[in-house]
Design a protein around this ligand. Structure first.
Ligand SMILES: C[S@@+](CC[C@H](N)C(=O)[O-])C[C@H]1O[C@@H](n2cnc3c(N)ncnc32)[C@H](O)[C@@H]1O
Length: 218
């Protein structure tokens, strides 16, 4: 489940020393955000935060909101932990586990104000497209975990994945699209530029950003 990659000594140390402060274990039981964050603030979830640059930036800028990040790539988690420590963040927790399992078992119904999915693995080969995380069942699960009026923010730099996201989201009657924009990396929608976005821009990719709002009666 976890992807070890190559950990630098400081990332390895961060995983050992900082996970007790910022990490939550995977257990197949619903989390109590009010207790975990010791506040009644709304919670934003970022799925696949990578190195955590955007997550750290948003958590630092929004002290009145709680942030939960999920990823399986340990070197990225290590970097995110080091940034969280340096920024002295109190409103951030991380889970190193498969996002679908966490959503299914640990995230309570109607508990999230916002979900961010920035540059999910594109699986560009046709035979691998079934592995893309954005599928109808995933969209239903996100809707179930969002509060009424909560938002689902997505970005990709793969044109074919963008077409797929448009198709899957337009089939769902649980969300309405409140914003959609295509740009060259210069107009990210309500987020800072991410590392994978930077790579995409360097390759000449166009960037696609969406904001969907959970429909009032879903
Ligand atoms: C292409 S990277 C994008 C990282 C970051 N959002 C960015 O834009 O720089 C996708 C990330 O999703 C994570 N990921 C992929 N599948 C996942 C899963 N099932 N559960 C949790 N994280 C996952 C990967 O480990 C990786 O860090």
């Amino acid at each position: 489940m976890r992807r070890n990659g190559r950990l630098t000594p400081s990332q390895q140390r961060a995983l050992v020393e900082l996970m007790p402060d910022f990490g939550l274990e995977f257990h197949p039981e619903p989390l109590d955000f009010d207790e975990i964050f010791e506040s009644l603030h709304p919670t934003t979830l970022e799925i696949g935060f990578g190195n955590g640059d955007t997550l750290i930036e948003q958590a630092g800028r929004n002290p009145g909101m709680n942030f939960l990040g999920i990823d399986v790539h340990e070197p990225g988690v290590g970097r995110c932990l080091l940034q969280a420590r340096d920024a002295n963040l109190k409103n951030l927790r991380l889970i190193v586990h498969d996002a679908i399992e966490v959503l299914e078992h640990q995230i309570p119904r109607q508990s999230l104000a916002r979900v961010n999915l920035y540059f999910p693995d594109p699986w560009p080969k046709k035979r691998h497209r079934k592995r893309r995380i954005v599928q109808s069942a995933f969209v239903d699960l996100i809707a179930n975990r969002l509060v009424a009026g909560g938002t689902f923010n997505i970005a990709t730099d793969w044109e074919n994945y963008a077409e797929h996201i448009d198709e899957v989201m337009s089939r769902s009657n649980l969300f309405e699209c409140t914003d959609r924009r295509e740009h060259d990396g210069d107009r990210p929608l309500d987020r800072s530029r991410t590392r994978f976005e930077q790579r995409g821009v360097q390759k000449g990719h166009r960037i696609y950003d969406w904001c969907f709002r959970k429909a009032p009666n879903s």
